[in-house]
Ligand binder design. Structure first.
Ligand code: NCD
Length: 529
């Protein structure tokens, strides 16, 4: 039998399922939806896992109706073993780690976990941790983790059902999407999942409608633009309607009061007035428009008022109904019940990390006049010089960063630090660290040096001559150092959460890195504690 690529998969972020895989999931969801409408038993049964030993666990550390109950109803459809952790009375309240809690439940023959938490990146971590637990204990399949919403980060299963619902409206045309995202774009994880999720469509226009206090974070806007989306920004529905050309798909979200600080909470009425749809706007939108909402709506202050329920604008009820269907099919795939006929039309480019590429040896011309680095008035006879540090930054930034380099690499002792004019670019300055008598670095320290001061050079000096010169480049991945840490306090790996998870970063562009877990961007300087 062919290997089923869906079997045992984790869905931590929407990109974990690529475009073709999602299309495959949607095609099956369409088939199941039709079969359920027609009560075609034979087709319906093809999707059922139908195994009372197959365990699925819901672990919801934040409130939920739709996500939790649709997974529960999906599990009942499958006739599998369904449990929900009684979080309030669990040992999580005795400061047990996520790792220990989930390992325990995995050991009771549970294969899929549906997890909602305020901690971001939790499923990515649990996936790694679960793989190790399965290996240690000889489990045939490592557990899968489905992210049911992690803080402000992502909500990939909501994204799946949203995309499915949009495609129904678009009559399965993937060629273009024009969508307005309205409401709390700052805290809303369902709209954050759209930043990569909407790449499903060939051409994408996104109109962002939110007052500045609830605006989409800048790094998400940048990512959307990098993904090729056309992005427009408006601070209210009024301003959007004045612009003309409105989208046929409006995606509303709720102001997430529980995640707001007191200052914003005090102004909630004023902020809400910018993102609530008013009766008088009705004749200013096109007749093919549909409204969507991940729900819940606030019963007193809904962004989509209830007078719209019985109108053609109502796309949110069908969207909510789709939630259970999408989740049924997702479980069928991860359990390996369907999916073995799936093959990728376009093979995926494998991400490889050349861990050695950060060091480049610069040839030294032994016949050239001897370049001497001086320590005060005396030439250095033996030791190291780190040159070209933070070239182009301000003096203060350079000095701060040199202090960071010294403390991270623990290169204390004799020597000094200077800020001086860069010969390479006359109008900029750079930092230099001198350490006479310093023996040099081992491989791990070299990588650390490259990661903390990319763009600099390391000179090894013996008998007053530079005997080795290395140019340091940013490594593609920074990990395995206890001196690095994610800056996002909501990240599962942040030290304040006490989960003892080693930080890890990937370079996405230039000197920008993202945390492996919460995906928050960091400059290389911010990574170091
Ligand atoms: C959303 C969530 O929890 O992220 N709801 C949902 O899952 N359907 C949106 C919200 O809470 O506003």
């Amino acid at each position: 039998m062919r290997e089923n690529t869906f079997l045992g998969r984790t869905l931590a972020v929407i990109r974990d399922f690529n475009q073709e895989e999602r299309q495959y999931l949607f095609n099956h969801t369409r088939k199941l939806k039709t079969a359920l409408e027609e009560q075609n038993r034979e087709v319906i049964d093809r999707y059922r896992i139908d195994d009372s030993d197959f365990g699925i666990y819901e672990v919801f550390l934040e409130d939920s109706t739709r996500t939790k109950e649709s997974f529960k109803n999906a599990a009942q459809f499958h006739r599998i073993k369904l449990n929900g952790l009684d979080v309030v009375h669990s040992s999580i309240n005795k400061k047990e780690s996520y790792a220990d809690t989930f390992n325990t439940l995995t050991g009771y023959q549970n294969r899929i976990f549906v997890v909602r938490s305020k901690l971001e990146g939790v499923c990515r971590w649990l996936e790694d941790n679960g793989r190790e637990f399965a290996r240690r204990n000889g489990l045939p399949v490592a557990p899968s983790f489905i992210n049911a919403g992690d803080g402000k980060h992502e909500h990939p299963t909501q994204e799946l059902l949203d995309e499915f619902s949009f495609l129904e409206q678009l009559n399965w045309d993937y060629s273009q999407l024009h969508i307005a995202l309205v409401g709390d774009l700052f805290h809303g994880r369902t709209v954050h999942s759209k930043v990569n999720g909407l790449q499903l469509f060939d051409s994408v226009s996104v109109d962002l409608i939110a007052p500045p206090e609830l605006a989409m974070p800048e790094h998400y806007i940048t990512r959307m633009q990098e993904n090729g989306f056309r992005v427009r920004v408006f601070d209210s529905i009024e301003a959007y309607l004045r612009e003309g050309s409105t989208a046929p798909i409006w995606y509303f979200t709720r102001p997430q009061l529980e995640r707001m600080g007191d200052d914003i909470l005090k102004r909630q009425d004023e902020l809400r007035s910018k993102i609530v749809f008013q009766r008088e706007y009705l004749d200013r939108i096109t007749s093919d428009t549909k409204f969507y909402h991940p729900l819940p709506r606030h019963k007193e202050h809904p962004t989509i008022p209830t007078f719209l329920d019985d109108t053609e604008l109502n796309g949110w009820e069908n969207q909510s109904i789709n939630g259970k269907l999408i989740r049924i099919v997702l479980l069928s795939l991860i359990a390996g019940k369907i999916g073995s006929d799936f093959t990728l039309a376009k093979p995926l480019a494998q991400e490889t990390f050349d861990d050695e590429s950060f060091l480049e040896e610069v040839e030294i011309d032994q016949t050239a006049p001897v370049k001497q680095y001086a320590e005060g008035v005396n030439p250095i006879s033996d030791g190291i010089v780190i040159d070209h540090i933070c070239r182009g930054d301000t003096e203060r930034e350079i000095r701060e960063h040199m202090a960071r380099i010294i403390s991270v690499l623990k290169i204390y002792g004799k020597g000094g630090e200077w800020v001086t004019t860069s010969h390479m670019t006359e109008d900029s300055i750079k930092g230099i660290i001198f350490r006479p008598g310093f023996p040099g670095f081992d491989a791990k320290q070299m990588k650390q040096l490259a990661a903390i001061t990319p763009g600099s050079t390391l000179n090894i000096i013996q008998n007053r001559r530079v005997v080795k010169k290395l140019r340091l480049h940013t490594p593609p991945r920074i990990y395995n150092f206890d001196t690095i840490s994610c800056r996002n306090e909501a990240c599962i790996s942040h030290p304040s959460n006490g989960e003892s998870i080693p930080a890890e970063f990937y370079r996405i562009a230039g000197d920008i890195f993202v945390c492996k877990y919460c995906e928050k961007p960091h400059t290389f300087k911010e990574i170091w504690k």
